[in-house]
Ligand binder design. Structure first.
Ligand SMILES: *[C@@H]1O[C@H](CO)[C@@H](O)[C@H](O)[C@H]1NC(C)=O
Ligand SMILES: *[C@@H]1O[C@H](CO)[C@@H](O)[C@H](O)[C@H]1NC(C)=O
Ligand SMILES: [Ca+2]
Ligand SMILES: [Ca+2]
Ligand SMILES: [Ca+2]
Length: 321
């Protein structure tokens, strides 16, 4: 009897332990800092962006544009910022872009529902051009011109963290392939090659690199299965962006390996045919490779190395915890 109870408790413990382990680890991405007081992860982006681009970057990272909920969160972020960054202000996810003069969060809440400590005389809508909001180091808010480029902060709550266990990452859209030991996401939002490269990076992944016939077959399969026909708009069909491109010394993967040594280099009929006009790498839906003008928008596939996040976690934050 005792044994049985012990066994059941142990089993229960294990199940609970596994399902909560990622939240217990308090890990989202290695570039986000967890702050216990607000049970959220933050990243201060140091590359200056316009307000709209900043909003897009947060979304690409699976996070949201920071909107401090209250004084407590504003102080927590300011303390982290004061300790790590020299900047005098950052964009936050508040604007009056929808209705001039009405400041709302990116989720449509009125600013009066969140932290709204305006600086003296603000918001003043100088020259009628100030619709986006910055948080200054002293904790006050100011409206500024949205085209100005500033640092910004993205946020992810612990509560909203979902863990893709097989892919060992916080993005549920990636699908594990057992035979290849990798995870992939087929992106149905057409982008240029460079944009696609950036989207994959923001997801802690990379534009897929085919290194075997088996992997090529798998990418053909996920391309065939993706609901591509539902996507409207002006973009190039028939090929997907992949992680290779033409360099001065020939075709290489984005890891720097010569394409002919990468394990797969089956070009399509007559390809590559673009000379120096087509220097970005794509795959026809049938798996054969094609060179393409880099500014064509296409679907694309990101690849994720399982374990790449937790390895860097141990390396990077090993001493912190
Ligand atoms: C951060 O630094 C600014 C000025 O350097 C100061 O006014 C502010 O009180 C500091 N905030 C926190 C929470 O440490
Ligand atoms: C590249 O583009 C130029 C200008 O449009 C054109 O004259 C040339 O023939 C193209 N080269 C190839 C290999 O297609
Ligand atoms: Ca102002
Ligand atoms: Ca690969
Ligand atoms: Ca071509």
């Amino acid at each position: 009897m005792f044994r049985q109870t012990l066994f059941i408790s142990l089993l229960f413990f294990l199940v609970v332990k596994i399902s909560h382990s990622q939240r217990e680890k308090k890990f989202f991405r290695k570039d986000y800092k967890y702050i216990e007081a607000t049970e959220s992860f933050y990243k201060i982006h140091t590359i200056h962006k316009t307000w709209q681009d900043a909003k897009d970057v947060c979304a690409m990272e699976g996070a949201t544009f920071l909107v401090p909920e209250d004084q407590g969160e504003a102080n927590a972020v300011l303390a982290f910022w004061n300790a790590t960054q020299p900047y005098s202000w950052v964009y936050i996810g508040v604007s009056s872009l929808i209705v001039k003069g009405v400041f709302e969060t990116v989720e449509g809440q009125p600013i009066s529902d969140v932290y709204s400590n305006w600086g003296p005389g603000e918001p003043n809508d100088a020259n009628g051009e100030e619709d986006c909001v910055i948080l200054r180091r002293d904790g006050t808010l100011n409206d500024v011109n949205c085209v100005n480029k500033y640092p910004f902060v993205c946020k992810k709550t612990l509560d909203s963290l979902e863990w893709n266990i097989k892919c060992d990452m916080p993005n549920m859209d990636y699908v594990f392939n057992e035979a290849l030991g990798k995870c992939y996401k087929f992106h149905l939002d057409p982008r240029t090659w460079r944009e696609a490269y950036a989207v994959c990076s923001a997801e802690s992944s990379y534009l897929a690199i085919i290194d075997s016939q088996a992997e090529a077959d798998h990418l053909v399969k996920i391309t065939a299965e993706a609901p591509k026909d539902d996507v409207q708009g002006d973009f190039l069909r028939g090929a997907v962006h992949l992680g290779f491109h033409k360099r001065k010394d020939g075709w290489k993967t984005i890891r720097g390996t010569k394409l002919e040594n990468s394990g797969y280099s089956k070009w399509g009929n007559q390809q590559p045919d673009g000379g120096d006009n087509e220097t970005c790498g794509t795959m026809f839906y049938n798996g054969h490779l094609n060179d393409l003008k880099c500014d064509h928008k296409c679907f694309f596939i990101c690849e994720h190395d399982v374990g790449s996040l937790s390895n860097s976690l141990d390396f990077k934050f090993g001493d912190d915890e």
